[in-house]
Design a binder for this molecule. Structure first.
Ligand code: 6U4
Ligand code: NA
Ligand code: NA
Length: 156
């Protein structure tokens, strides 16, 4: 039997720049990532997205748009991670370092893929084009993708 874990991922883009956070601890430590985490009991996915963005970056989301759902499976692991990705269209505040993350702006044509999850190289270009999509990735360990697919969708 598989179990699904719901996670959020907030993408913050200002013109030609994207805000990423360097993860100091926890899942994905040592990698640049968007901001997010687990959806907690009694919380909607939207609420979790807003809470995690504020905890990790200091920004307060004022308007957001769901752009993708990513599914991750790891070989020989019954857990499926379902990551709901939101574009943060409007926010208040300035990025600040937290216990978990060091935020930094990157030009969209100079994203540090070599220090990110491998799947980011596959789906960030779709996101940056403004497409909405569903994607699936099967990992073996954390450094190898065995299988993946991306399908554009109208609505999420
Ligand atoms: P808690 O205890 O909830 O703070 P945390 O260490 O923040 O745990 P978690 O599991 O809550 O980690 O959140 C992991 C974050 O990483 C989520 O925003 C989803 C994101 N993420 C997970 N796998 C990813 C992947 N392969 N590519 C990607 N983001 C991923 O771009
Ligand atoms: Na969390
Ligand atoms: Na988190």
């Amino acid at each position: 039997a598989t179990t699904r874990k719901l996670l959020t991922l907030a993408m913050v883009r200002q013109g030609e720049n994207i805000l990423l956070g360097f993860k100091k601890k926890g899942f994905g430590q040592g990698k640049w990532n968007g901001f997010g985490g687990k959806v907690e009991m009694g919380e909607t996915i939207c609420q979790a997205t807003i809470r995690e963005l504020e905890e990790e970056s200091g920004l307060i989301a004022k308007a957001m748009d769901k752009v993708a759902i990513l599914e991750f499976e790891f070989l020989n692991d019954p857990v499926i991670l379902e990551v709901h990705v939101y574009d943060i269209v409007k926010y208040e505040g300035e990025p600040i370092e937290s216990d978990e993350m060091v935020p930094q702006w990157f030009p969209v044509n100079d994203i540090p893929y070599e220090k990110m999850w491998l799947d980011d190289l596959i789906w960030y270009p779709e996101y940056l084009k403004g497409s909405k999509f569903k994607a699936y990735f099967l990992y073996e360990g954390f450094d190898k993708i065995l299988k993946h697919s991306i399908s554009p969708v109208q609505e999420l």
